[in-house]
Design a protein around this ligand. Sequence first.
Ligand SMILES: *[C@@H]1O[C@H](CO)[C@@H](O)[C@H](O)[C@H]1NC(C)=O
Ligand SMILES: *[C@@H]1O[C@H](CO)[C@@H](O)[C@H](O)[C@H]1NC(C)=O
Length: 222
Amino acid sequence: MTSNALSLLFALFAAVFAVASGSAFAEVQPRDENLPARVPYVFPRPGTNQIADDIRSRRENGTLLALDGALLNAPLVAQGWNQLFTVIRENLTIPADMRELFILRTAVINNAAYQWGQHESVGRAEGLTTRQLRVLRFAPEGACSFADQKILGDRLAAALDFADAIGTSVRVPTHVYKNLARFLSPQQMVEAAATAGGYAFVSRFTVSLNVDGKMNAEVPVP
Ligand SMILES: *[C@@H]1O[C@H](CO)[C@@H](O)[C@H](O)[C@H]1NC(C)=O
Ligand SMILES: *[C@@H]1O[C@H](CO)[C@@H](O)[C@H](O)[C@H]1NC(C)=O
């Protein structure tokens, strides 16, 4: 082999290596702890996958989550999920603190540490206090106690009882429904059921697939 042919071969090899390692770095921009799930994470490079780009556009810093990496194994599930949960996160008319209460309490009921981890800061930003977060984290399931009701206020206490009923027995007793309906319109009751029910789905997804390696993790203490 001539030295020219050798250097051509070397240049080819270097180029292939650069493309391979470059794409590996660009594809994986971890934002969570990125501990392995039960499925491989799929992180398409920006500009190569419309569904992944749509998800990126609503994520902080345009960074895909471990959750997204798991979802993108089934692109149409990822797409439908993104559409539904974009509406739940951005387009509801229920108060945002109540929305985050539904999400955080559902995480506690299902021992879904990943879900709590993603939403504790959102709940705080929407006005939930540390004392209220501790009620969501530690109150026994069932009827909200008088002491906890004082910390939450009547509106959020009614939401807690609704979240506990829908999340534990599925069937919501009439008095629990009516107590929440004192504060919400029919449209908002639909939004409340969609949020608490939707995040029960999120919990089941993230825990069953061990997203971000968190299926056995304890829900953090606020
Ligand atoms: C987004 O980027 C900013 C600036 O680099 C950083 O401070 C922040 O922690 C990032 N947010 C997330 C969720 O990674
Ligand atoms: C949903 O909310 C987002 C963010 O506030 C807004 O840009 C969008 O127009 C809303 N979508 C609908 C259909 O109202």
